[in-house]
Design a protein around this ligand. Structure first.
Ligand SMILES: *[C@@H]1O[C@H](CO)[C@@H](O)[C@H](O)[C@H]1NC(C)=O
Ligand SMILES: *[C@@H]1O[C@H](CO)[C@@H](O)[C@H](O)[C@H]1NC(C)=O
Ligand SMILES: *[C@@H]1O[C@H](CO)[C@@H](O)[C@H](O)[C@H]1NC(C)=O
Ligand SMILES: *[C@@H]1O[C@H](CO)[C@@H](O)[C@H](O)[C@H]1NC(C)=O
Ligand SMILES: *[C@@H]1O[C@H](CO)[C@@H](O)[C@H](O)[C@H]1NC(C)=O
Length: 264
């Protein structure tokens, strides 16, 4: 073979690798599945805080600290992750302001981003009423009451459903199990947290993993893509590559998608 032709080919190769380095780095840069803090079994759509943004779907960023449970921020509330079931796509979480207190310390309603998470049927909304007048106590017909505050002296009332404060000062809505056993354990039940199901990336991502790829988030498209170990580097699924098809003529082809193919 003509040595000048060989040098030219090498040059083209080098230039192409330089220019494709943006997309070439996807595969293998996100470690899935991974553990975070004391919990293992996380994978896409989740990513660690320190991972590149494309390793996870927006809104599924975890703070990992080796000796603690992971935390996640949803709609501006920080939750501790107590458990994960990747197959059922269920996360068990508890509000961080309720880890050391049966009563919410931050007087904000628990709201989930409905595009990302949903509740299972085993939970209902309840409202916790703070700062109620004495007269309220006599007519109270709700789920029960617990004592909280600095000295555990202020009584708060749990009522079913989403309710405004009424004659009380504040109402805080939080999910609560439908089948709670009795009113003596209300505080413990609140501190056990609740399950949420995540909605994004179920079957699509398992197709990608089965085909030998890893799911990544393509910010420009706003979509989950499959990062493949070989060209095309980003696809819907890696098995769509037909590797026997190439190798015909000495030509360089650049596919229209973000993946690139070198065919000499
Ligand atoms: C989120 O919480 C922080 C601190 O509690 C607050 O400063 C900020 O305004 C909140 N953002 C939204 C969008 O609610
Ligand atoms: C609480 O109410 C909101 C708004 O109606 C709803 O989206 C959410 O699913 C309810 N939560 C539970 C646990 O049922
Ligand atoms: C929680 O939601 C209820 C119903 O929308 C509302 O009346 C209440 O003021 C909210 N609580 C807080 C602390 O924002
Ligand atoms: C009520 O629930 C608490 C905590 O879940 C439990 O310890 C207690 O035994 C229960 N009491 C009854 C009468 O079921
Ligand atoms: C790959 O290409 C070969 C040869 O052209 C063809 O026989 C085979 O069916 C193709 N496979 C797929 C999955 O497209």
């Amino acid at each position: 073979m003509n040595p000048r032709y060989l040098i030219l080919k090498l040059l083209i190769l080098i230039i192409l690798q330089e220019s494709s380095s943006n997309s070439a780095g996807f595969y293998g840069t996100c470690n899935t599945p991974f553990s975070c803090g004391t919990i293992s079994g996380f994978q896409y759509p989740f990513r660690r805080h320190q991972d590149p943004a494309y390793c996870g779907y927006p809104g599924f960023e975890l703070n990992c600290d080796d000796s603690n449970l992971p935390t996640i921020n949803i709609m501006n509330i920080t939750y501790q992750v107590l458990d994960i079931n990747p197959t059922a796509q269920i996360l068990k979480i508890v509000r961080k302001d309720m880890i050391n207190s049966m009563c919410p310390q931050d007087l904000v309603n628990t709201t989930m981003d409905p595009k990302l998470f949903s509740f299972t049927k085993s939970y209902m909304n309840i409202s916790i009423l703070f700062g109620c007048p004495i007269s309220f106590t006599f007519s109270f017909m709700g789920i029960g009451s617990i004592f909280c505050g600095d000295n555990g002296v202020s009584q708060v009332f749990l009522v079913p459903g989403i309710q405004g404060p009424g004659s009380c000062e504040t109402s805080v809505v939080i999910p609560f199990p439908v089948d709670f056993l009795n009113s003596t354990g209300l505080g413990q039940v609140l501190q056990e947290g609740f399950d949420v199901m995540w909605k994004v990336e179920g079957s699509g991502c398992s197709d990608c993993i089965e085909s030998g790829g890893q799911c990544v988030y393509d910010n420009s498209k706003g979509l989950t893509m499959c990062a493949c170990p070989e060209s095309p580097l980003l696809a819907d699924s890696c098995s769509t590559v037909n590797k026997t098809e190439v190798n015909l003529s000495p030509a360089v082809s650049i596919s229209s998608s973000s993946g690139m193919q070198l065919c000499f």
